[in-house]
Design a protein around this ligand. Structure first.
Ligand code: CIR
Length: 255
C-alpha cells in the first residue's frame, strides 16, 4: 500500500456504452469527470506522481485501468481481459508501462485474467477466479510471479460479483476490508478482516494508498469503522462509476 506512482485514464464521452451487469441508468460524463478529478487529487495529495492518460472513446471501460495490468516491484504484467470488448485496452496501456518498467511481461493466453481479480497482500498474491478470470489465466500469471519469488493462491469470487476486489481491499499488510459473503468462503484465513457493515457491501472496493484510504462516498458506517481503526479516509463520489460496476481500485494502477 506504499506507492510512488499511479496511472489513471480520464473517462471518455462514450462511457454510457461501458459494460454493466444491471442497467441502473446511464452515467453522467460531467459528474464522472469531477469525481475522477477528486480521485486523482487525493492520490497526488500523498506525494505520489500520477500519470493521467487521455480518454479512449473506442474503449468505454478504459478508465478502469486496473484490469489491464498487474504492477509489482520487479515488473509489470499485462493482463488478458475476459471481456472481449476490453481486450484492446491492454495494447493502449502497454507503452506507458514499458516507459515505467524495465521488465514487462504479458499474459498471452489462451486463458484470461483481469487485474480486478488480483489482491496483492503483504505475504502473497490472491487471485479470484470469476467470469473474467479463468484457471488458465491464473496458471500463466503464477508462472511469472513464482519466478519473482511470490506465492500465488487461487481463490474464488462469489457468484454474481464482478471481480474479486469488488468485495475486498487491502488496508495494511495484514488487514483486509471485505464483505461477509466473500470472507465466508474462507479465503482470508490468517488475516485480520474488517467486515463491511451489512447494506454497505459496495464500500468494500476501497484502496489504501500511502497514508489514505479512498472509499466511495455514501457509506457512513464503513467510513466510521475505518476511522475508528485509525485510517484516514477520503470519500470520493462513485455514483457514476457504480453504474458501470466500477469502484475505487479499478480507477488506477498503483506501484
Ligand atoms: C467492466 O465490466 O469491465 C467495467 N464496466 C467495470 C470494471 C471494474 N473494474 C474493476 O473492478 N477492477
Amino acid at each position: 500500500y506504499e506507492f510512488t506512482r499511479a496511472i489513471t485514464r480520464r473517462p471518455a464521452a462514450t462511457i454510457a456504452e461501458g459494460l454493466r451487469a444491471e442497467d441502473t441508468g446511464n452515467p453522467n460524463l460531467d459528474t464522472m469527470l469531477a469525481a475522477h478529478k477528486a480521485y486523482v487529487a487525493a492520490l497526488k495529495s500523498t506525494g505520489a506522481e500520477v500519470i493521467e492518460l487521455a480518454p479512449l472513446p473506442a474503449f468505454p471501460d478504459a478508465q478502469f485501468v486496473e484490469d489491464t495490468a498487474l504492477c509489482l516491484p520487479k515488473g509489470a504484467i499485462l493482463m488478458r481481459p475476459g471481456a472481449p470488448s476490453r481486450m484492446g485496452e491492454v495494447a493502449e496501456m502497454a507503452p506507458t508501462l514499458r516507459a515505467c518498467y524495465d521488465t514487462v511481461h504479458e499474459i498471452t493466453g489462451p486463458g484470461h485474467i483481469e487485474g480486478g481479480d488480483i489482491l496483492v497482500t503483504g505475504r502473497e498474491i490472491l487471485v479470484g477466479r470469476s467470469d473474467r478470470t479463468d484457471g488458465a489465466g491464473v496458471e500463466e500469471l503464477e508462472k511469472i510471479t513464482s519466478d519473482w519469488g511470490y506465492t500465488l493462491r487461487e481463490v474464488f469470487t462469489p457468484e454474481g460479483v464482478l471481480h474479486f476486489k469488488t468485495d475486498c481491499s487491502l488496508m495494511d499488510a495484514e488487514t483486509i476490508l471485505a464483505t461477509r459473503r466473500l470472507d465466508a468462503s474462507g479465503c482470508f484465513e490468517g488475516y485480520r478482516v474488517l467486515h463491511v457493515p451489512e447494506g454497505e457491501e459496495a464500500a468494500a472496493n476501497a484502496i489504501r494508498f500511502n497514508g489514505l484510504v479512498l472509499m466511495a462516498a455514501g457509506f457512513p458506517r464503513t467510513a466510521e469503522l475505518l476511522d475508528r481503526e485509525g485510517f484516514e479516509v477520503v470519500e470520493i463520489d462513485n455514483t457514476d462509476c457504480a453504474k458501470l460496476d466500477g469502484g475505487m481500485s479499478c480507477l488506477s494502477l498503483r506501484f
